[in-house]
Design a protein around this ligand. Structure first.
Ligand SMILES: CC(C)(COP(=O)(O)OP(=O)(O)OC[C@H]1O[C@@H](n2cnc3c(N)ncnc32)[C@H](O)[C@@H]1OP(=O)(O)O)[C@@H](O)C(=O)NCCC(=O)NCCS
Ligand SMILES: CC(=O)OP(=O)(O)O
Length: 328
């Protein structure tokens, strides 16, 4: 079954509430209207109610049944509760006065809704940068026990046969150390399983099994060892160049003894420059649909769109976000 049909079937009866802080953005309104009409989940739009309504009617989107939260009209008592919860969560890092200002930011407001269980997940980032979208989640939602760093994975999908891979970290950690990279590799395998990928994890480099040297290579070698120790049940190998990871004939030549080389479907990039560039090249040259970034390791699902996303990308990432809520 198509990935999204299978995810829709899993989430539909749960009526998950997904909050969209960028409620006046037409791509968001359009996706919310479709998600609502298809009865997949319950969208909550944050923004000026009159603006949202007028954009929706200009574009012909039906908002009947969709919750709109206009921060200007949000009940004072509920806002005070949010402020108090934020101050408590930030443990001395924000005063009540600062919290009043911080929570005017729709991403902080939406993230607090998820934290307070007023929503099951959040999707933002169609107009905000990744930093502005995810920082509230890092500060408020935080990572699951045992996970130090959240990271951002993409499901890369192409063609009718649903050729599907996972790329990470393409969004968050600028230069992870070996331990962090190892955790990213293991978290990526777990995310892959959620999307029906039987993970074979390659830690990528410009070197294959010692063919080149340098501290960048050593980091990937160390990360591979740590990841294998962290998750002995998984097929994880490195360091591998992309061709050795992906192309069987090259794998035979460069890494003949590897259980992953030539068959990898989870590609872990050594740092963010290569990860972010890599996914965009596959998306724009390779015609892969890039779904994500899916934030891994957070206590609750928060998703960050690329600003280049279209309405369909918003629709699909909202479904994935709701599917992640199933794991909570
Ligand atoms: C994600 C990012 C914004 C965090 O940077 P930052 O806001 O400067 O983060 P700080 O170091 O000030 O940390 C803020 C909080 O987040 C936490 N944090 C930072 N990175 C984290 C991570 N990867 N995982 C979990 N928590 C993290 C910190 O521990 C800190 O928590 P605290 O305030 O409770 O102590 C930054 O790493 C970044 O800009 N990454 C690149 C994003 C990007 O542009 N990607 C390309 C497009 S997708
Ligand atoms: C994931 C990503 O690269 O986001 P943006 O394009 O918004 O920077």
């Amino acid at each position: 079954m198509d990935l999204f049909e299978s995810l829709k079937a899993k989430i539909t009866r749960h009526d998950f509430k997904i909050v969209f802080p960028e409620g006046t953005e037409p791509r968001i309104i359009g996706a919310a209207a479709r998600l609502n009409a298809d009865r997949i989940l319950k969208p909550i739009l944050i923004g000026d109610a009159a603006d949202i309504q007028s954009i929706a009617s200009a574009k012909g989107f039906n908002l009947t049944g969709i919750t709109i939260i206009d921060p200007k009209a949000y009940p004072q008592a509920d806002f005070d509760t949010m402020v108090a919860a934020f101050v408590e969560r930030r443990k001395g890092k924000a005063t009540a006065e600062q919290a009043q200002t911080i929570l005017q930011d729709p991403n902080y407001f939406g993230t607090m809704m998820v934290y307070l269980d007023l929503a099951d997940g959040m999707v933002s980032g169609a107009v905000h940068s990744t930093g502005d979208t995810v920082r509230p989640a890092l500060q408020i939602i935080k990572t699951k026990p045992g996970i130090q760093r959240t990271s951002g994975a993409f499901i890369m999908q192409r063609g009718r046969d649903n050729e599907r891979y996972l790329f990470s970290d393409c969004a968050i950690n600028i230069n992870p150390n070996a331990q962090e990279l190892a955790e990213i590799a293991v978290a990526s395998a777990r995310t892959a399983e959620l999307f029906d990928i039987d993970p074979k994890v390659a830690l990528l480099s410009f070197s294959t099994m010692g063919s080149a040297r340098g501290e960048e290579v050593t980091k990937v070698q160390e990360a591979t060892k740590i990841a294998q120790e962290l998750a002995p049940d998984l097929d994880i190998d490195g360091e591998l160049q992309f061709d050795a990871a992906y192309v069987p004939v090259v794998a035979n030549q460069k890494a003949p003894d590897s259980k992953v080389a030539g068959q990898a479907n989870v590609f872990v990039f050594p740092e963010l420059q290569s990860g972010n560039i890599g996914y965009k090249i596959a998306q724009r040259f390779g015609n892969f649909e890039a779904i994500g970034p899916i934030l891994q390791g957070l206590n609750k699902p928060i998703s960050d769109l690329s600003r280049g996303s279209n309405e369909e990308d918003v629709y699909k990432l909202a479904i994935i976000t709701a599917a992640q809520a199933l794991q909570n």
